[in-house]
Design a protein around this ligand. Structure first.
Ligand SMILES: *Cc1c(COP(=O)(O)O)cnc(C)c1O
Length: 421
């Protein structure tokens, strides 16, 4: 953690690049600016942590009330006739965001569980291949799942940087990647990785948790046949909302989930004693879907269904460029940009490196700038394009400069790590 610690009294120069008025002018010209009003956000909060938990669209609460009072309360068990279709209705909403057909998406469970199903199915379909390869920077839960699958079969999980993949892919069942790295926000080229995996007889499994909803995705066009992702980050589905799993049509018959349940059975209400897979991606469903969570997700997706994701991506790039230029200008030398500088290599976040990142994150939080901390030394600022303003970025950097100048973040309450960072 080379001695970059700013001391109180550091001479921090005034910003050269852009005034706050100029940042506010970017908001005035932003074609997505009006979308912010569709979300519940407390006054005075600058919300960067949309890559951790998206803000709720305003329509979600009314939809939940309707489900509880009218459907559950009024329909009781009869409401299942309609609810049973809800997972596939939500899948159909997700499909265009992913660039696949509706019949290639299944919505249920968590990303962790869905990844277990996919990787387990792949290993079972290729018993002679017991190795999984992960591109360095995967979210840890993905690695844990992979470890849990290979251990009992005497296989192995290897983590490699991009440059080391070709060497270990021969004989591997799958190549696992987080499309956008959760720490540094690096954006991977899924088309190239899918081709590389196939060349060696493996299949790419992409985790889209940090990219879906921030940019157009074209999985079918990119040749990405298998994917998972969560819906509570940029999609605003609500805390713990159901995850999605993608299996390209041409892989559906060959893959059978290791975690089987009656909802993935060809005929659940025949109550047969042996599992028979549902014909398509639905075989990856397990147990009874959480209807309240699905209803919230359905409403959240409906609230933003008209958003042009190409515009969202352009705004993500604009927010990132502004953030980095302000940091360079005002905090350069004390705070380091830890994310790729090139927009084409960066997802919807900019991570900043500072030895006191934990205390800075918590002092920012106390002042209404909500980002998060990733150990050991990162302040992570997500760039949710539908709710974040250019002026929020300006304010966050100004506040960070003030903190580094005053040393306020060194006061005791900010230095202690809490259970959730
Ligand atoms: C957030 C995230 C998850 C979360 O998984 P859960 O099962 O929902 O807890 C998984 N993978 C990646 C890449 C993530 O960013």
């Amino acid at each position: 953690m080379g001695g970059r610690t700013a001391v109180a009294g550091d001479d921090i120069p005034p910003m050269k690049t852009l005034s706050r008025d100029a940042a506010a002018a970017l908001d005035a010209a932003d074609p997505l600016a009006a979308l912010r009003a569709r979300f519940l956000l407390p006054d005075g909060v600058r919300y960067f942590a949309g890559n951790s938990l998206g803000a709720p669209p305003r329509t979600v609460a009314a939809r939940l009330r309707e489900v509880v009072e009218q459907e559950w309360g009024g329909g009781l068990v009869r409401a299942w006739h309609d609810w049973i279709e809800l997972p596939s209705r939500v899948a159909a909403r997700l499909a265009p965001l992913l660039g696949v057909e509706a019949g290639e998406v299944m919505v249920a469970d968590s990303t962790t569980v869905d990844l277990f199903k996919l990787l387990g199915a792949l290993l079972a379909a290729r018993p002679q291949r017991r190795r999984l390869v992960a591109v360095e920077g995967c979210f840890p839960t993905d690695l844990y799942v992979a470890q849990g699958l290979v251990e009992p079969i005497g296989g192995e999980l290897l983590e490699r940087p991009l440059s080391g993949l070709a060497e270990v892919l021969p004989g591997s069942a799958a190549l696992l990647v987080s499309h956008v790295g959760f720490r540094h926000g690096e954006l991977h080229d899924l088309r190239a990785l899918a081709a590389l995996a196939r060349e060696h007889g493996a299949l790419l499994v992409a985790d889209l948790s940090h990219s879906v909803g921030t940019m157009p995705l074209a999985l079918a066009d990119w040749g990405v046949e298998l994917a998972v992702g969560c819906t509570y980050k940029f999609l605003g589905g609500g805390p713990g909302s159901p995850a999605f799993l993608v299996v390209a049509r041409r892989r559906q018959e060959e893959l059978q989930p290791p975690l089987r349940g009656w909802m993935g059975h060809a005929d659940p209400f025949a109550f047969e004693t042996s599992w028979r897979p549902a014909p398509g991606v639905e075989r990856f469903a397990c147990g009874t879907p959480s209807i309240l969570a699905l209803a919230a997700l359905d409403a959240a997706l409906a609230a933003t269904a008209d958003v042009d994701l190409a515009l969202a991506r352009r705004k993500v790039e604009g927010l990132g460029e502004l953030l980095m230029s302000l940091v360079d200008d005002r905090l350069g030398g004390t705070v380091e940009v830890a994310s790729p500088r090139l927009a084409a290599q960066r997802g919807a976040q900019v991570s900043l490196r500072h030895p006191e990142a934990l205390a800075l994150t918590q002092a920012l939080l106390a002042a209404g700038v909500v980002g998060d901390h990733r150990p050991p030394d990162l302040l992570r600022l997500g760039l949710p394009p539908l709710t974040l303003r250019y002026a929020d970025v300006w304010d966050a950097v100004a506040l960070l400069g003030d903190l580094l100048h005053s040393g306020e973040h060194r006061r005791p309450p900010f230095a202690t790590r809490r259970r959730i960072t």
